[in-house]
Design a protein around this ligand. Structure first.
Ligand code: NAD
Length: 297
């Protein structure tokens, strides 16, 4: 009897140990296997430790050489996308690329005149040819203005309309033609908190951002049937060169009125760009997503 009981215990003990050993081996194998996949992916430049919300996607970020655009490009790269940085000059694009060396093979630069349809179409096709698709267009390039109406020249007004509005139209058209042919894509425009209530000088800037909101909503309706989502991000005051160029009292006054008590960081805006580009937002189109610490609520 004792012998039997003992032998039963032995059997249980042996089984438990056997099961535990198997589990340890399986967990070890799983860990090594996933590390292997990650390392192979990293070696091929298609994966990186952390989130990979845009794996195997290709994005173009206009104005991606600095400020919010550079952080959007980096966020997309961190999340597995291949990215083309579109800037106004070859030197600034190359400088940005030199800061993204760790993503070599997944990042390239282009510098077409964003208001020239032929040049943009050619550059966007080159991106599609290099990376195999064009899934995401981040229309981020923009310039600001504080000029009074009394001082505004038509030349200055035209310049702001060109880069903040006409370029959004030209780039969206070139991207949509590629996206439609491949079965879908995402366009994200950069609006601004001033598209809600204007600003007391530099009327050209809010005028273009109001127009960007209108274009976003219209294109969302027009392109939904082609599988193309179109949204905009409306940043509040965000710490970049554009804001550094404003008078300090103005920035302090605006910051004091932000319920969250601080201006935005480029990363706050880039995270919204990541969400809208990702499949998490697959039913979101025509939205103007405010990222402003409740400044406009
Ligand atoms: P920024 O001045 O730091 O960067 C602007 C980018 O646009 C630069 O990369 C610049 O090279 C590029 N650009 C300008 N003209 C161009 C041209 N002709 N061709 C190609 N690229 C050109 O500004 P930012 O603060 O990073 O602004 C980015 C976007 O965010 C803009 O559309 C801006 O209107 C918008 N925005 C900014 C704020 C803010 O507080 N910083 C607030 C609301 C909206």
């Amino acid at each position: 009897m004792n012998i039997n009981e003992n032998s039963m215990n032995d059997v249980h003990l042996t089984d438990d140990k056997f099961v535990l050993d198997r589990l340890r081996i399986s967990l070890g194998e799983m860990y090594n296997f996933s590390q292997g996949i990650l390392e192979k992916g990293e070696a091929r430049g298609i994966a990186k430790k952390g989130d990979c919300m845009l794996k195997e996607k290709t994005a173009i970020v206009t104005g991606g050489t600095r400020g919010i655009g550079f952080v959007i490009a980096k966020k997309y790269l961190e999340n597995g996308a291949s990215v083309a940085i579109a800037g106004s000059r070859q030197e600034t694009v190359e400088k940005a690329l030199s800061e993204l060396k760790e993503y070599e093979g997944r990042v390239m630069g282009i510098w077409p005149d964003l208001c020239n349809p032929e040049a943009v179409a050619e550059a966007f096709s080159a991106v599609r040819d290099k990376f195999g698709a064009l899934d995401i267009l981040a229309n981020n390039a923009g310039i600001s203005s504080r000029t009074s109406l009394y001082e505004y020249t038509l030349e200055e007004f035209s310049k702001i309309v060109d880069i903040n509005l006409k370029a959004v139209f030209v780039c969206s058209q070139a991207a949509a033609r590629i996206m439609k042919a491949q079965g879908g894509g995402v366009i994200i425009n950069t609006s601004s908190m001033v598209s809600q209530y204007g600003q007391p000088s530099g009327c050209g800037y809010p005028a273009t951002k109001f127009a960007v909101d209108g274009m976003t909503k219209s294109l969302a309706r027009e392109l939904a049937k082609d599988g193309i989502r179109v949204n905009a991000v409306a940043p509040g005051v965000t710490r970049t060169d554009m804001v550094a160029a404003l008078p300090k009292e103005m920035v302090d006054r605006i910051s004091a009125g932000i319920p969250m008590g601080r201006p935005g960081e480029p990363l706050d805006i880039a995270n919204a760009y990541l969400y809208l580009a990702s499949d998490l937002a697959e039913y979101v189109t025509g939205a103007i997503l405010r990222v402003d610490g409740a400044a406009m609520v």
